[in-house]
Design a protein around this ligand. Sequence first.
Ligand code: IYR
Length: 221
Amino acid sequence: MPDFPFIKYHPKVFDKEQMAARAQEYYQYMNDRRTVREFSDKTFDIKILEQCILTANTAPSGANKQPWVFCIVSNKEIKKKIREAAEKEEFDNYHIRMSKEWLQDLAPLGTDEHKEFLEKAPYLIVVFRKSYDIIHGEKRKNYYVQESVGLACGFLIAALHQCGLVCLTHTPSPMNFLQEILQRPENEKPFLLIPIGYPAEYVMVPDIQRKKLDEICVRFD
Ligand code: IYR
């Protein structure tokens, strides 16, 4: 036996019918989630976000290092600074850096360099990934950091949906400015910027389709 403690795991047990019903219900529930780019400025209790971040923190991570930090920004001046810096980078993206093919792929989503949501949404969560930790002054490596933080963000998005909130997985690029504005330490690199709130009234979303099962799943029986 390893010399660190193990505890008994108690799995949830369901019969065949319950399994099928739960799988179907969860799919329907998650399939209703939509990415939203226009927010109402209505706010809500920050404790809801803290609870959702605890859910994100249950995600699996390489060697259980939990190599993530979630910054919750509601301060108006900081949001404004973030918007200005993001729009500056995004202007160059849309006008210089992005290929024709990329712009064509984005066209149906209606995105551009204007990022009003960065000020309008009551909260931004800026997710940082930690390629290493500093423990008692010593550098300790983290593993599978991209995968781990991506999983945690997925858990976070599902938890927000559970509360009737909407969000946007925004990826300004490059986004080093987030490390500077939020004065995060050297071992934390920005991973994702997530505006969160209620959708604007009468918000419209693009009529996208989800791929069919046979396009995304290959069976080896
Ligand atoms: N980061 C830019 C461009 C963008 C890229 C992808 I991939 C998207 O799915 C959407 C947008 C922006 O946020 O506008």
